[in-house]
Ligand binder design. Sequence first.
Ligand code: HEC
Ligand code: HEC
Ligand code: HEC
Ligand code: HEC
Ligand code: HEC
Length: 247
Amino acid sequence: MPRVPYKCAGFVDPVHLVSSRSAADKSLPPWRLRKIPRMQLFPRALNKLGLVLAVVPNVVLVVIVFLFWYYASPKNLQVGYAPLQPVAYSHRLHAGELGIDCRYCHANIERSAHAMIPATQTCMGCHSLVKTESPKLKVIRDSWKTGEPVEWVKVHKLPEHAYFNHSAHLAAGVGCSTCHGRIDQMDIVRLDKPISMGWCLECHRDPTKNLRPTDQITNMNWQPDMAPAGWQPPKVNPPTNCSGCHR
Ligand code: HEC
Ligand code: HEC
Ligand code: HEC
Ligand code: HEC
Ligand code: HEC
């Protein structure tokens, strides 16, 4: 029987395929010949494309998660992190002993997402009169003269992909000490809570016990039993869905 020439690489005639076995094929049993040649439309390397398409997104995902983990776990999220500051400014002295309210220095906090670190001017309001010659305040005086801001080292720092807003929490009645601990007893600010997703969610799932009257948010001595008789915590609904915090 004459061998039918294939019209193109992909042309398959099952009948002739079986009957036109080449010499090498003859050694194979007929069922091994059932393998019908595939059309070679694309270069051979592209046959792996399907595999690549299936694997690449997973690899990318693993890399992204790893990068998050790597960059999101710096010291700024770990309990105990307490970097040295350019000035030996003490919260224990100013917020504790002198009793200056947090909002005197972190002024905008009830209206914005971020708390600002006070400008040199805020310090000079007192320190142009108090301890004017103190060597501990030289950096502040220099900054005042040159106009160059003091380079305070950030203690808390969430990764970019997580959204946090102070004003929303303060308006609901979550106090500074609930998240930052006894700042008024710290000479050097130290991370008091693990600023992790689990920590945020723990409160978001059951926030009520962490709420207090909004005129008490900066009270560092606050205890739940100090709530005035008849005070009811407001109804709140913090997000627990991913897009609530990852926008
Ligand atoms: C006299 C001004 C002043 C007062 C009052 C004050 N702070 Fe600060 N605060 C600062 C300065 C300056 C820094 C930056 C240097 C540092 O971290 O110690 C700072 C830093 C912080 C930080 C760390 C910021 C970061 O980098 O993550 C927290 C948290 C904080 N203050 C909370 C409070 C709380 C809570 C109160 C009230 C109990 C308070 N502060 C009162 C001046 C003040
Ligand atoms: C409301 C007034 C007030 C403000 C605002 C204020 N301080 Fe003070 N600070 C004081 C007083 C009062 C003392 C001295 C307490 C004492 O007698 O030991 C002091 C002491 C200090 C000392 C210790 C000085 C020494 O020689 O012992 C440093 C450092 C200091 N302040 C830094 C700052 C910085 C930085 C800021 C701004 C972020 C600031 N203070 C804002 C009132 C203030
Ligand atoms: C619900 C928890 C929570 C409460 C309540 C809270 N903070 Fe914060 N605070 C944070 C977190 C989280 C960060 C880190 C934010 C970031 O890196 O974006 C932070 C950061 C800060 C910073 C550094 C500047 C900034 O905004 O990144 C200061 C200063 C600060 N807080 C002061 C305060 C003061 C003062 C109060 C009370 C009036 C307060 N916080 C209440 C959780 C809280
Ligand atoms: C101690 C309790 C507590 C902790 C800790 C806490 N939250 Fe909240 N969160 C609340 C409450 C209460 C609200 C207000 C909900 C309302 O007003 O209905 C809120 C609201 C929010 C909102 C919605 C308000 C807005 O600005 O859109 C976001 C986003 C949010 N929290 C993010 C975070 C993140 C991120 C963390 C951790 C870094 C965190 N929260 C830690 C209690 C907490
Ligand atoms: C209440 C706020 C909040 C909610 C809701 C939330 N996250 Fe997060 N998430 C955070 C914060 C804050 C961080 C950064 C803290 C850290 O990296 O430890 C974070 C970090 C992450 C990271 C980085 C990996 C890591 O552990 O650091 C991934 C991935 C992530 N979140 C995914 C999700 C997914 C998926 C959901 C929904 C099921 C979700 N998040 C819901 C606050 C939240």
